[in-house]
Design a protein around this ligand. Structure first.
Ligand code: GLP
Length: 265
């Protein structure tokens, strides 16, 4: 695992966008795993800008998102399908038929999850999986006690997650946050060929330090990324504030030739 500390959230987002863009350019039929959450919004807008400027062509890529709420249709402004269309897919030249999210409206949710795994396998697996981390330590919606070998399935959301994402739902408009979701499992995430985690902001400082430098535990599903052989984590100074090995991460980023082209960000 490599940890990169950038001065600001803006620079962290820029670096993540550059790494993704370079991977897309290197493999024109790459399968990209995507994440949602406030952290990813600017990153997606940056990728969309590159597409607009003709630097990135999305026509051949397939995407698979980590998760979706149970019971929210695509047109609901709180569904992750809506989020992805709004922040990325409607801004780029991707074929929507190549974009996948679990269907939280499916009649048979277990079948939907099995089918999602099958589709990923058929696509040759995820090449690059983007990840955030929730305040409960979750990746995707893998709440505490999720098995490290879990696959795509229905999960119940914890009070911490209900409190984190609840404010996006407006009761005055009749909106209510679902307490269940479909999510790729921790095992599914670990099957991706590469992982790229982006974490910004002071409120994530404790959980990201525990996930990266604490013991691996199903109580923090984000800690499972320690098992992955090709994993890069980008944090801003605020999110990285509680990391113990800060100086080591800084010198590794500065000295490793593979990061040379990103020094100017
Ligand atoms: C949601 C998603 C996660 C995401 C997390 C962080 O709960 N299921 O995949 O990592 O939010 O969200 P934010 O970026 O808003 O902090």
């Amino acid at each position: 695992m490599e940890v990169i500390i950038m001065k600001t959230a803006e620079k962290a987002e820029k670096l993540a966008a550059r790494i993704i863009a370079d991977a897309l350019i290197e493999k024109p039929n790459l399968t990209l795993g995507l994440a949602t959450g406030a952290t990813m919004e600017n990153l997606y807008h940056k990728l969309a800008d590159m597409n607009k400027k003709g630097k990135l062509d999305f026509s051949l890529y397939k995407t698979f998102n980590l998760d979706e709420y149970v019971g929210l249709p695509a047109k609901d402004r709180n569904s992750y399908r809506y989020y992805m269309n709004y922040h990325l897919f409607d801004r780029i030249n991707i074929d929507k038929r190549n974009t996948h999210l679990e269907n939280g409206m499916a009649e048979d949710l277990d079948f939907e999850c099995a089918e999602y795994e099958r589709l990923m396998e058929e696509a040759g697996g995820v090449d690059l999986q983007l990840l955030g981390i929730g305040l409960s330590g979750h990746i995707g919606f893998n709440e505490p006690t999720s098995s490290f070998s879990s696959r795509t399935r229905v999960v119940n959301l914890t009070p911490v997650t209900m409190a984190q994402n609840g404010p996006y739902f407006d009761p005055k408009k009749g909106e209510k946050m679902p307490n269940r979701a479909l999510t790729m499992g921790v095992g599914t995430v670990l099957d991706a060929k590469k992982l790229l985690m982006l974490v910004t902001g002071e409120r994530k400082a404790n959980i990201i330090a525990a996930a990266l430098e604490g013991p691996m535990t199903s109580m923090i599903s984000g800690s499972a990324i320690q098992l992955h052989p090709d994993c890069t984590v980008i944090v801003d100074e605020a999110a990285g504030a509680k990391l113990k090995l800060k100086e080591y991460y800084r010198s590794a980023f500065k000295n490793d030739p593979k990061w040379a082209k990103y020094q100017k960000i």
